[in-house]
Design a protein around this ligand. Structure first.
Ligand code: F6R
Length: 244
């Protein structure tokens, strides 16, 4: 794992955006895996600015998001569909037919999981997967204890994850209990992974990721087994972490 140190969140966002812009310009038909949550927001803002100012095009870019809440229609303002359209897709020239998120309101969720997995494979797999990390080490919504062999699946959200995400809802009772998420094996099949980690609240998770064992009790630790992972982390996330 290559670790790039950023001074702060702004710097992290700038480095991550530049990283992705370079990948998109090198391969305009790139397949990107995307994340929601607070961490990539600054990166998405910069991708939009770059598109407006310098015209980097998303016309041939395909995207697959990591996850979606179960029971939410795409129109629900708290859905990850809505999050992605509001914070990126509506503001660049991506074609909606190239945008993919799991359908949390599918009648047959098991079939939807299989189908999502097949769609990713059909696209030739993910070239670059953008990830954030939960303070409990989750990636996607794969909570501690998830099998490293897991593929796209329906999961129960950990209480700490629901608490962390309540900030987007206003009331924790509104946060769903379940989500569809790419599995750990799905994420690990990506050719390349870019993990963003920011802030003191992720400090302990960052330490476990870098210094700890590779174990299913800490899902992000699996990234130590991937041959092409770049981590961009800010000083607060890295404080006190011994880099190998
Ligand atoms: C989001 C996702 C999650 C987040 C993680 C960190 O699609 O899959 O794993 O990346 O919960 O969230 P933030 O960035 O809000 O700290």
């Amino acid at each position: 794992m290559r670790i790039i140190q950023a001074n702060d969140y702004d710097h992290l966002s700038e480095l991550a955006a530049n990283y992705l812009i370079d990948k998109i310009q090198t391969n305009p038909a790139i397949v990107l895996g995307l994340a929601t949550g607070g961490t990539p927001l600054g990166t998405y803002k910069r991708l939009i600015k770059d598109h407006e100012l310098y015209g980097t095009t998303y016309k041939n870019v395909t995207t697959y998001n990591l996850d979606e809440y179960v029971g939410f229609l795409p129109e629900n303002p708290n859905s990850y569909h809505a999050f992605m359209y509001d914070n990126l897709f509506e503001k660049v020239d991506i074609s909606t037919e190239n945008v993919h998120l799991p359908n949390g309101s599918a009648v047959d969720l098991v079939e939807e999981c299989k189908d999502y997995e097949a769609r990713i494979e059909g696209a030739g797999g993910i070239d670059v997967q953008l990830l954030g990390m939960g303070s409990n080490g989750h990636i996607g919504f794969n909570e501690p204890g998830t099998s490293f062999q897991s593929t796209t699946q329906i999961v129960e959200l950990a209480p700490s994850t629901r608490e962390a995400n309540a900030r987007f809802f206003g009331d924790i009772r509104e946060v769903p209990n379940q989500a569809i998420t790419m599995g750990i094996a799905t994420i690990m099949k990506s050719k390349e992974i870019l993990l963003l980690v920011s802030g003191e609240s992720k400090n302990e998770a960052m330490r476990k990721l870098v210094e700890g064992e590779v174990d299913e009790s800490f899902p992000a630790s699996v990234l130590n087994n991937h041959s092409h992972v770049t981590i961009i982390a800010d000083k607060k996330a890295l404080s006190g972490v011994t880099l190998r």
